[in-house]
Every structure is written in structure tokens, then in C-alpha cells.
Design a protein around this ligand. Structure first.
Ligand code: THU
Length: 132
């Protein structure tokens, strides 16, 4: 992915995080997924008083892309609220991402520096994903 597109996705992940609806956990997450065609879709976590109805930022970004006809992804940038650290995507989101792109790059931002902390091939954090 070119540098410009990556920087744009980083900015979008950070700005969509502001829209997170997280009154229960107070843990805001923003995600920006980059398609192989060079488009960016964003998502933030949206919580619910019935906790299990909460949807993570990563899935909202991915589902929004799929709803727009995109199914091939190059990278996903994740901005969280973890104190000075980079938060990894949850297991459920990994499974969802894996159904679409096993070769996606996961880019994690440090919540203090707001800079990229890690760039990890998806297979490294979710090997042997379920599929049939
Ligand atoms: N959350 C995400 O948005 N993405 C993840 O990968 C992990 C967790 C959200 C869900 C919930 O609103 C809050 O973070 C605390 O779990």
C-alpha cells in the first residue's frame, strides 16, 4: 500500500474513533479498512445496554465496505484507547476479517503517540482460521 493511502487510513481511524458510542466500557475504538481497490471504509464501536448487542469498530468498517460491494482488503488500521499501547482486534473480529482476506495487514496505532506501533500480517495473529 502506498504511503499516502496508509497515512489517510491512519487519520480516518483516529477521527472515526471520536464517534464511538461507548458509554458502558468507555473504551473507544476506531477502524479504517483499506480495500485492494484503494478505498477506505471506517467504523467505530457501537455499544448497547444489552451488552451482547455491541458491535466492534473493525466489523462495522468491514461490513460497511461489503455493503458497498467491496470484498478484498489490503489493510485495516485500528485506533483504540488502550493506555499507551496498541490494542489487537478481538477474536470475533479476527474470524470475520479472515473470511474475507487472509493476506490483510493489521496496523495498530499507539493511543498515546497516535502513530503506527505495529504492522502485522493477519496470518500471524489468526492462523488456522475456521472455514468451510
Ligand atoms: N472493541 C472493539 O471495537 N474492537 C475490538 O477489537 C475489541 C473491543 C470494543 C467493543 C466494546 O465496545 C469495547 O471495545 C470494550 O470491549
Amino acid at each position: 500500500m502506498n504511503k499516502e493511502l496508509k497515512e489517510k487510513a491512519v487519520k480516518k481511524a483516529l477521527s472515526v474513533r471520536e464517534n464511538a458510542y461507548a458509554p458502558y466500557s468507555n473504551f473507544k475504538v476506531g477502524a479504517a479498512i483499506v480495500t485492494k481497490s484503494g478505498k477506505i471504509y471506517t467504523g467505530c464501536n457501537v455499544e448497547n445496554s444489552s451488552y451482547g448487542a455491541t458491535v466492534c469498530a473493525e466489523r462495522i468498517a468491514l461490513f460497511s465496505a461489503v455493503a458497498d460491494g467491496e470484498k478484498e482488503f489490503e489493510a485495516i488500521v485500528i485506533a483504540s484507547d488502550l493506555n499507551g499501547e496498541a490494542a489487537y482486534p478481538c477474536g470475533l473480529c479476527r474470524q470475520v476479517i479472515g473470511d474475507f482476506s487472509r493476506d490483510i495487514i493489521v496496523i495498530l496505532l499507539n493511543s498515546t503517540t497516535l502513530k503506527i506501533e505495529k504492522e502485522i500480517p493477519f496470518e500471524e495473529i489468526f492462523p488456522h482460521a475456521f472455514d468451510f
